[in-house]
Ligand binder design. Structure first.
Ligand code: HEM
Length: 401
């Protein structure tokens, strides 16, 4: 832990990206920080970047990186790697997310969404998170790896403690570390068993393909295989489930925009303008962290090597310098350079898959219902990490046309 403030930042306003109150109202707090300064000072000597131009530039600046892999974040593979280690693993994983690989998944995603909606419309009262968004996103990503449906609830249970590791190690308590390590150990043992099984009985899935590459000399090296699978599995479903529910909640709170989106979703697909606006408005990733690897300058402030940096993606997405009336949900917004999928070398590899899943899920939900009533009561947000944003549940009543 480094509690000393970054040099030159003594007079900056203070912003704590780990403040649990941020889960309730991030955007009001971002606005007051952002309008005061492009850079704030945070705990642990953090430099907190608030505005779109600076966050965008910092995401693309390879002088900001992650440094040597530490035991806790090793489980997230190339997400936590700098060049030159990052590139070969990312290129390898890219093949599963190419345009053709994703469009081949489209029919299966539509069938899955309709199956879940059939059940939901019959029940009428459902939780859009646990009855719709989670089963969909888990089945899609586990389907890529050939992991059976009955194991998916267990995978979901392991995620919250492991996802804690998305926050930097200096922000984790001993208790967090212990819980994360024990969940990670169980998950690693599970993946080991899967890898061994699949080595003996290969199938037409991503896991078998990765094992074949590793066994023929790589990349991936054999020791890279397990974290690579863990990253693709975990990155693949929590964020997607959250954008589906964050998006549905945003539409429910803006009935005029819901009606507009529904009028354009006749084919069962949310249009890309509306999808981008939902991604911008309440992204399932709010913050990402870096450490200065080589002296860099942000907003005219020189930062020395070792300085920890927090990039407020959620704040950048609401910066009035870039988005007119940013607090308004506007599914017809013409220009939408949101940063919800990051930028630069770590730009989200799964962005096309996430867009497809969320557009089909929300598009068919709108097209196949006449009404969606949210159950009165306060919506609560998960308090897993500073990075992730999503509700704990979204109870609704659905009316068929
Ligand atoms: C709406 C859903 C999603 C959001 C908002 C999201 C957001 C992001 C962001 C912001 C990053 C960059 C992190 C950083 O720069 O530190 C990232 C990276 C990544 N995402 Fe996503 N993601 C989503 C869905 C997915 C899906 C479905 C997958 C795969 C199945 C995926 C796989 C990845 C991977 C592998 C990386 C690391 C890329 C790299 O380091 O080169 N994501 N994601």
């Amino acid at each position: 832990m480094n509690p000393s403030p970054a040099p030159g930042l003594a007079v900056r306003p203070y912003f704590d990206p780990f403040d649990p109150a941020l889960h309730t109202d991030p955007y009001g707090r971002y606005a007051s920080a952002r309008e005061t300064s492009a850079l704030c000072e945070g705990p642990y000597g953090l430099v907190v970047v608030t505005r779109h131009a600076e966050v965008s530039r910092a995401l693309r600046d390879n002088r900001l990186g992650h440094g040597p892999l530490t035991a806790p974040n090793r489980i997230f593979s190339f997400l936590g790697m700098d060049p030159p280690d990052h590139g070969p693993l990312r290129r390898l994983a890219s093949r599963f997310f190419s345009a053709s690989a994703i469009s081949a998944l489209a029919p299966r995603i539509a069938v899955l969404v309709d199956y879940l909606l059939d059940i939901a419309l019959e029940k009428r009262q459902v939780d859009l998170l646990s009855d719709f968004a989670y089963p969909l996103s888990l089945r899609v990503v586990c389907g890529l790896f050939g992991l059976p449906e009955q194991e998916q609830p267990w995978i979901r249970e392991q995620t919250p403690p492991i996802a804690r590791l998305l926050d930097p190690p200096y922000a984790l308590t001993e208790q967090d570390m212990t819980a994360a390590h024990s969940a990670a150990a169980g998950f690693v043992a599970y993946l080991h068993r899967k890898i061994n099984d699949r080595r003996r009985h290969p199938g037409p899935d991503a896991l078998s393909a990765l094992i074949a590459e590793a066994d023929s000399g790589g990349p991936p090296a054999r020791h890279d295989l397990l974290p690579l699978c863990a990253l693709l599995l975990m990155a693949g479903y929590e964020t997607t489930a959250n954008i589906i529910t964050n998006g549905a909640l945003a539409l429910l709170r803006h009935p005029d925009q819901l009606a507009l989106a529904r009028s354009r979703a006749g084919g069962g697909l949310l249009d890309s303008g509306a999808m981008n606006e939902l991604l911008r408005y309440d992204s399932s990733i709010q913050i990402t962290f870096r450490t200065v690897q080589q002296p860099a300058v942000i907003a005219g402030t020189p930062l020395h090597r070792g300085t920890p940096v927090a990039l407020l993606i959620g704040s950048a997405n609401h910066d009035p310098r870039v988005f007119a009336r940013p607090e308004r949900l506007d599914v017809s917004r013409a220009s939408n350079p949101h940063l919800s999928f990051g930028a630069g070398i770590h730009y989200c590899l799964g962005a096309p898959l996430a867009r497809l899943e969320a557009s089909v899920a929300l598009g068919r939900l709108l097209a196949r219902t006449r009404g969606i009533e949210s159950t009165p009561g306060a919506v609560r947000h998960k308090d897993i990490t500073a990075t992730l944003r999503g509700v704990t549940a979204l109870p609704v009543t659905l009316t068929a046309p």
